[in-house]
Design a protein around this ligand. Structure first.
Ligand SMILES: Cc1ncc(COP(=O)(O)O)c(C=O)c1O
Length: 455
């Protein structure tokens, strides 16, 4: 069908409520492979976002697709109340790697989509603590179901949903470039973590009662915020938060939906920060985006069968066999290949070149990375004031698949606009990216930046 016809139908019958629709004219894609996408007119795009890290291991990854095809032939469907070997082994794989990496001996349960897994984590924590309230972070994103929205900080996303009862108590995340307290990480002495601890000083700060029993029973966080801008917390921050949580019996729910599965160079991003959470939530790259399977792993006592019994949560599709086959293939891939090395190489290789670009163009305020989670702050020429408008224009321009590259071909570049001010490019390349593909991305990115005035 002609593109104009498709767009007309889309305008008429598709809701825009289920997408962000950031691009003024979103491309219509028809093919993907490795690090690239092709649109209806066969125009090629390099993807620097990989579906918000749902596709860390490359589009059309043959190893995972083959496992899925095999499952299609053998056990493509099964009601979740019955068992199948893949479900059990997959849970064991997650339990083993979590024990090895963060020292948590846990049980695993599955669900569909990240937001539902977040709901499960919140329910589990409430069930265990008998408490309703949750701490969460400014800039945190946990999904769009009602519960997940209530612990997501954007007032726009939360408007009319989660304002009462369930709304989290939000605290500043240590996004040092845009520090909430306007301090400098060199000499702030983790002021934001100190302020968190201070909330527990007296009942008049609204958190504890006279017995020093806090009203909130849990804190939900992303070790590195995804949508919030890929900012990495300073050394010691999470250890300090964990100390306070331990002291007051607050469960730590680590949302690894976007940063898990080696985006930051580790299985779980929290590994960088030396603490053991009580619950970890995962999704996205768990199946390399081939199936919405998600899940949580929690301390065994939280999920003991007598206190978290059958049906505490349930979805018809929770341990669907196509999802578990893809998940098992991902776990196998992780054992066979060194994704820590791959992610670190990508991060170092790209950020070195992006920092050179930063030095040339005043509108690039800052470049940083943790593994292959790379961020570029777009600012006014002062190098500090966030420039959302320019970031949006660069984003739109990059989607035009007409950028001439030195290999003689033309490409578009897929970026994502995030951060507290929507002025940050959060860059997440395919973990199998070759150096040539990384060079191509840098070349395209610089060509786009050059088009805009620098003063
Ligand atoms: C950290 C985090 N948590 C939760 C979610 C929600 O996951 P889903 O979109 O699969 O519901 C996302 C999605 O972007 C995410 O990045």
């Amino acid at each position: 069908m002609l593109e104009e016809q498709l767009r007309k139908i889309e305008e008429e019958v598709c809701s825009w409520g289920d997408t962000v629709h950031y691009a003024s004219v979103p491309p219509i894609f028809k093919k993907c492979k490795g690090s690239f996408l092709w649109d209806n007119k066969d125009q090629q795009y390099l993807d620097w976002q990989m579906w918000y890290s749902a596709c860390n291991f490359g589009y059309g990854n043959k190893f995972i697709i083959d496992a899925l095809k095999k499952q299609l032939d053998e056990l493509p469907q099964l009601a979740c109340q019955y068992l199948h070997e893949d479900k059990i082994i997959l849970a064991k794989e997650i339990a083993d790697i979590t024990n090895k990496t963060v020292g948590m001996a846990g049980r695993v349960q599955f669900n569909v989509g990240g937001s539902s897994a977040v709901e499960d984590a919140l329910k589990l924590a409430r069930n265990y603590t008998n408490k309703q309230f949750t701490f969460a972070f400014y800039g945190g994103y946990h999904g769009r179901t009602l519960g997940a929205t209530a612990v997501t900080s954007s007032a726009r996303y939360r408007k009319n949903y989660g304002h009462f009862g369930d709304r989290a108590i939000f605290i500043p995340y240590p996004y040092c470039f845009y520090c909430f307290y306007k301090m400098k990480p060199e000499d702030c002495n983790l002021y934001c973590a100190q302020m968190f601890e201070r909330l527990f000083d007296t009942e008049y700060f609204s958190i504890i009662d006279k017995q020093k029993d806090p009203e909130p029973g849990m804190i939900i966080f992303e070790a590195v915020q995804g949508t919030g801008g890929y900012a990495k917390p300073p050394e010691g921050y999470f250890r300090k938060i964990a100390d306070v949580c331990k002291k007051y019996g607050i469960l730590m729910i680590d949302d690894e939906i976007q940063m898990g599965f080696f985006r930051t160079g580790k299985m779980w991003a929290i590994e960088h920060f030396g603490i053991t959470p009580d619950i970890i939530v995962f999704g996205k790259a768990f199946t390399n985006g081939l199936n919405p399977l998600s899940g949580i792993i929690a301390r065994k006592d939280l999920m003991a069968h007598d206190i978290w019994g059958p049906g505490m949560t349930h979805s018809t599709f929770s341990s669907n066999t196509l999802g578990t086959a893809s998940g098992l293939a991902v776990m196998e891939l992780i054992k066979r290949e060194n994704f820590e090395e791959k992610a670190n190489h990508i991060g170092e290789y790209l950020s070195k070149q992006l920092k050179e670009i930063e030095n040339k163009y005043p509108v690039i305020g800052y470049v940083d990375n943790l593994g292959a989670a790379i961020r570029v702050e777009i600012t006014y020429p002062d190098g500090k004031t966030p420039n959302r408008e320019l970031c949006g224009k660069i984003f739109d321009t990059s989607l035009n698949p007409n950028i001439q590259a030195s290999d003689g071909k033309r490409y578009g570049l897929i970026l994502d606009q995030g951060g507290w001010y929507k002025s940050t490019f959060t860059i997440a390349p395919n973990l199998y990216s070759t150096d040539e593909e990384l060079d191509l991305g840098v070349e395209l990115f610089e060509k786009i930046i050059k088009k805009f005035p620098q003063n």
